[in-house]
Each structure stands twice: as structure tokens, then as C-alpha cells.
Design a protein around this ligand. Structure first.
Ligand code: SF4
Length: 391
């Protein structure tokens, strides 16, 4: 299906000046104050970091991360030099960790090839690690004022309603059509970056998803075809998400003298390069069985079967704390296996297996553990009376 008819396109283009004017005026009065936003003098580094953090993540969740990240890594040079472990620690809990790895890779390219600056041209931006069409458009327009569209899910929703479009917004052809349409009108804007940010704010605060568009408060109501037809809450059209694969896992909390065992995940794949508590896949039936409660003898046996190769004997063992974590395509249903060992361990031999016994302070400051494990981290820290609730 075409994203919009020639007639709708023509109508939109014909009223571009009034549309841009109304939208600009609304944004000047109603824009959100955000720590990465400096409307008078945008900082390209801040625009870039915030746009990457905001992918798949809500503004409220990003604010503290952004402030911490940019206070420790205030510029591209600092980002290019940060250690991988520290980078992951700064990103801990934000998810989609490849975004952080790409930020560092990109910063290194910028230092080596662009004098430590972000280029202005969208084509150059697009050639950099982790920068796709949306981010390139956002940086080019917001940081440098170039008339380039930045089309994300919010903008697609607003545009499909404005144009009354029933085209599938997940289709590349729809994204291209909307992006092309914006590229046609943005050269007429006083400031293209302001218009792109106005789309972002309108999509986040007024033209919201979930059948709750607040059209009565919308500055664009008079331009909106979906509103005229009363179909605003039927749009946008997108396919149903595929069901996620469910994995059942035992998470080992192996404790000795107030320290807990963590290991480093492989450099590729899900949660690559982050730390975790050792885990193993089990069946749903096993998980339900363990959750109902098993004898200590049986818990010790499970430990031996699943984690015997760590090479540490257990003194006590029990199952506790069911938790769940949802990734984009997979869901982990987990149960903790708490084990106490009194065996003396050889730190060097463990380190060869990328395993470490971590104290509470090190868990907080050094080892980056993804949000998937926060229930277990908090339980461990809570036992020591040091739960900080930051995960
Ligand atoms: S009038 Fe309603 S549907 Fe149309 S852009 Fe505004 S909030 Fe969205």
C-alpha cells in the first residue's frame, strides 16, 4: 500500500509554510526542557549521545544515565579512551548494549579521522558505526540546522495520522516515503532541527500511541486528516509483534565470605561482554518444580550437575526468587539457586575462566551487570543490608 496518495501529498506540501509556522510557534512555547537540549547553542556530542540512549528507551529513564555518562565522559576524546568495562558500567541497566559499544567505536573513528568532531553531512554521519538514517538526520538537523528528516516511531505515528495513512509503518517503503516528504518541506523551516524536535515532543506528549491521542490540545489539529475522519486512534497501522521465545534458566548465586561469583559473557551475542551470575538453561517443568521447593540435598545435586565444572564444592544450597526479564525477541524466566561454598578458590584459575568473586562494593562500582539480573543483585546486596535500589 502507498504511504499516501498524490492528492494528500500535494495538500500537505501546499500548506507547508503555515504548518511549519504553527509547529515552530507551538514548540517555542511548549517544548520539554531536557538536559541534552540547548536550543540556542546545541552541543553535537550531547545530541548524539542522547539520541542513541533514547533509541528503544523512555526519556525519563535516560535522563540520569545521560547526566552520569556526560559528566564522566564529557567529550568525544574521553569516550574514545574509556575502558570497555567502565563503558558497560555507565550503560548498566539501559539495555541494548551494542549501542554503547558502537558509541565508543564511533568516537575512535571520529578522533582518528575527523579531528574529534562529529561531521555535519548526513552521508558522512551515515558511514559511522552505530549511526543510521534517523540518528544522522537528528544530528544533522538538531546540532547543525541542516534540513534533514529524522524519522523514528514517534514521527511515523504523527505523520501517518496527519496524512490519514493506513500504510504499514514498519515497511521500509513507508519510512522512505515519509522521510522524503519531510525532506521536501524542511528546507522551508526557519530551523529544521526545531521542527524535528517538535515532532518528537508532539509524539511523546500529545499524539501518543495506544488509542489516547489528545487531539483537543494538538497544534496540528487543523491539518490532520485522521482527526477529520475520526480515525486517529486506528492509526498507525503496524503488524502484530511476533511472540517472544521463552527460555527457562537457573541463575547461580554462589557466595563465599560475603562475595558472589560473577562471570563475563562472551564478546558476541546477547549481553556481549557484560558480567552475569553463571546461568544454565532448564525446562519449564524443572523451573516450576524448583519453585515449589525441593530438599537441600536435591538443590545440592542440581548445583553439582549444572555448575560442577566451576570446581567449588557447596556447603548449603536452596532455590529462591523467581524473576523474569524481557528482551526484544526473547524472554528469560529465571529462578535463583543460592549456594554457599567454603572451598578455597584460586582467583587466578577462576580469572582464566573469566570468573571473579566480587564484593558488594565491586558489584556497585566495577562489574556491569545487566538489568536482567537486578532481582538477584538486590537480593545479594539486601542480605548484606546494602540494597541501593539503583538497578
Ligand atoms: S490532531 Fe490528533 S491525531 Fe492528529 S496529529 Fe494531532 S494529536 Fe495526532
Amino acid at each position: 500500500m502507498e504511504a499516501f496518495t498524490d492528492l494528500d501529498r500535494q495538500g500537505f506540501i501546499e500548506q507547508k509554510e503555515r504548518f511549519l509556522d504553527v509547529f515552530h510557534t507551538w514548540f517555542a512555547a511548549e517544548h520539554r526542557n531536557l538536559p541534552w537540549r540547548d536550543l540556542a547553542c546545541p552541543n553535537p556530542y550531547h545530541v548524539w549521545i542522547s539520541e542513541i540512549m533514547l533509541q528503544q528507551t523512555r526519556v525519563t529513564a535516560v535522563i540520569d544515565y545521560f547526566l552520569r555518562f556526560t559528566s564522566e565522559l564529557p567529550d568525544i576524546h574521553a569516550l574514545a579512551e574509556v575502558s570497555d568495562d567502565r563503558l558497560m558500567k555507565l550503560w548498566e541497566g539501559l539495555g541494548y548494549y551494542s549501542r554503547a559499544r558502537n558509541l565508543k567505536k564511533c568516537a575512535q573513528v571520529l578522533v582518528n579521522e575527523y579531528g574529534g568532531e562529529l561531521p555535519k553531512e548526513p552521508e558522512q554521519l551515515l558511514s559511522l558505526p552505530g549511526i543510521g538514517p534517523y540518528t544522522a538526520g537528528a544530528i544533522a538537523s538538531i546540532a547543525y540546522g541542516l534540513p534533514k528528516a529524522a524519522v523514528d516511531g514517534n514521527v511515523l505515528r504523527v505523520l501517518s495520522r496527519l496524512l490519514g495513512s493506513r500504510a504499514d509503518i514498519s515497511a521500509q517503503s513507508t519510512k522512505n516515503a515519509f522521510s522524503g516528504l519531510l525532506d521536501e518541506i524542511l528546507p522551508y523551516a526557519k530551523n529544521a532541527g526545531i521542527i524535528n524536535q517538535a515532532f518528537m515532543d508532539l509524539g511523546a506528549t500529545i499524539c501518543v500511541p495506544g488509542g489516547e491521542a489528545r487531539c483537543g490540545k494538538c497544534p496540528l489539529e487543523g491539518f490532520c486528516k485522521a482527526r477529520k475522519l475520526g480515525i486517529e486512534n486506528e492509526l498507525p497501522v503496524k503488524p502484530k509483534a511476533k511472540p517472544r521465545r521463552i527460555e527457562h534458566r537457573v541463575i547461580l548465586i554462589l557466595v563465599q565470605d560475603g562475595k558472589v561469583l560473577v562471570d563475563k559473557r562472551p564478546g558476541q551475542g546477547l549481553l556481549a561482554g557484560l558480567y552475569e551470575y553463571p546461568g544454565a538453561c532448564i525446562t519449564q517443568k524443572q523451573l516450576e518444580d524448583y519453585e515449589r521447593g525441593v530438599s537441600e540435598k536435591r538443590a545440592l545435586k542440581v548445583y553439582e550437575n549444572l555448575f560442577g565444572d566451576i570446581g567449588l564444592n557447596a556447603k548449603k544450597a536452596c532455590f529462591a526468587l523467581r524473576s523474569k526479564h524481557i528482551f526484544s525477541h526473547i524472554e528469560w524466566e529465571m529462578i535463583g539457586l543460592y549456594v554457599e561454598t567454603t572451598d578455597t578458590y584460586n582467583a587466578e584459575a577462576l580469572a582464566e575462566k573469566n570468573m571473579y568473586f566480587a564484593e558488594a562494593g565491586e558489584l556497585k562500582e566495577h562489574f556491569a551487570l545487566p538489568g536482567a539480573f537486578s532481582a538477584y543483585t538486590n537480593a545479594f546486596l539486601g542480605r548484606r543490608g546494602e540494597t541501593d535500589g539503583s538497578h
